[in-house]
Ligand binder design. Structure first.
Ligand code: FNR
Length: 380
């Protein structure tokens, strides 16, 4: 893995190792993918101020996210079907994150179940909740997350209905999924992936199959999923979930200062400025460009995090400088996972940590907690 020097290197390795339909599932955005592209492009436009002859010894990246100490202000975003990038994907990513000292957040739509991840880790991980119409199922899911001692609940707000990703439709990853000889070919040409997949029992949505009413297999699951995302989700539901959960609560998918104010009113512990990695509203602004106005609106009332388009330590530094207390990554760790399982996720984290550490120093800072907007070059 040491020869992978960038997240882009890991992406190319994942492309060669993961069957096309699942690689595309990670590497896609909604409709024209303009928001997906903007997330990365807007980071590239931000310039950092280089400083010299500042003491750069004894640097620290340690910080806190939602009250939890972190080795650097970075967490792994919840991603569905992670176990399709690599067999036991959620378990391997959680183990890599735990060893590294950053939070891992398990998606409702994960392949490995809450219990399977809990059994394979020693410290609390975080759990992401999609609110489904079946509130009994949600209550049971919250109880399972509590029983697994999850350290925070991340409630995703920006998926009341599904944005369309053309690649998924073309690849047959729709509801219901359509499996054709093309898929068999895609799997047959990725033998290492297929071999590992044969060796695991974690091959379907472990939080749902066997746990939701009438969901016992893939076809009943797809019918259930199609009708379960709740278009009526409201702020009152957020209050209900907050009460039912009772622990740390993080609200994910805020892009507008107006919504950020309402999110802060709920008394949640943090919000994540996010457009779901460009997978929902195509044409929405990038997360990094939305961040400053949201920090301005609520930064003194609630911890503000962000995700979307972070591909390097320099990007993490820019987001922290613009007011993010924590930065989350989705695809970068998925590419690492696809490229090389747990070692690949660890490599993605190492790459970002090294870039963050050196770039912070070159901006004249030694402690990530002192990084502020002063390190951004505002000159025309
Ligand atoms: C996601 N995302 C997501 N979010 C969520 O709350 N629950 C989920 O199940 C998923 N599933 C999912 C699958 C895949 C393949 C991707 C790429 C993303 C969104 C995710 O948490 C995060 O917001 C973005 O991935 C951040 O953007 P980057 O880092 O991927 O650019």
């Amino acid at each position: 893995m040491e020869t992978a020097l960038t997240i882009a290197d890991l992406k190319e390795r994942a492309r060669r190792r993961v069957p096309k339909m699942f690689f595309d599932y990670a590497d896609s955005g909604a409709w024209t993918e303009s928001t997906y592209r903007a997330n990365e492009a807007d980071f590239a436009r931000i310039r950092l101020r280089q400083r010299v002859l500042v003491d750069m010894t004894d640097r620290s990246l340690a910080s806190e996210m939602a009250g939890q100490p972190v080795a650097m202000p970075l967490a792994l975003s919840p991603t569905g079907l992670t176990g399709m990038q690599h067999a036991d994907g959620e378990i391997l990513a959680a183990q890599a994150a735990e060893a590294f000292g950053v939070p891992f957040c398990l998606s409702t739509m994960s392949v490995c179940s809450i219990e399977a991840v809990a059994a394979a880790t020693t410290k609390p991980f975080w759990f992401q909740l999609y609110v489904m119409r079946d509130r009994d199922f949600i209550e049971r899911l919250i109880d399972r997350a509590k029983a697994a001692k999850c350290g925070a609940l991340v409630l995703t707000l920006d998926l009341q209905i599904l944005g369309q990703r053309h690649k998924d439709v073309r690849n047959g990853l729709s509801t219901p999924p359509k499996f054709t000889p093309k898929h068999i070919w895609q799997v047959a040409t990725r033998p290492a992936w297929a071999f590992e997949m044969l060796g695991t029992k974690n091959r379907t949505f472990g939080n749902i199959v066997g746990h939701a009413r009438n969901v016992g297999d893939i076809s009943s699951l797809s019918a259930w999923t199609a009708e379960q995302f709740d278009p009526r989700l409201s702020w009152a539901d957020v209050a209900w979930i907050k009460e039912k959960w009772g622990g740390k609560l993080i609200l994910k998918g805020i892009l507008d200062p107006e919504d950020a104010r309402m999110a802060a009113d709920t008394g949640a512990d943090a919000i994540i400025v996010s457009n779901h990695g460009g997978r929902q509203l195509d044409g929405a602004r990038s997360s990094i460009s939305a961040l400053p106005a949201i920090v301005e609106a609520v930064g003194d009332r609630i911890e503000v995090h962000m995700d979307g388009g972070v591909r390097s330590g320099q990007d993490v530094l820019k987001a922290v400088a613009l007011g993010a207390k924590g930065v989350w990554i989705g695809r970068p760790f998925l590419y690492g996972l696809g490229a090389g399982g747990r070692a690949g996720v660890t490599r993605a984290l190492e790459i970002i940590r090294h870039e963050l550490d050196v770039s912070m120093a070159l901006c004249g800072r030694r402690d990530i907690r002192t990084v502020d907007a002063d390190i951004i070059d505002r000159a025309p």
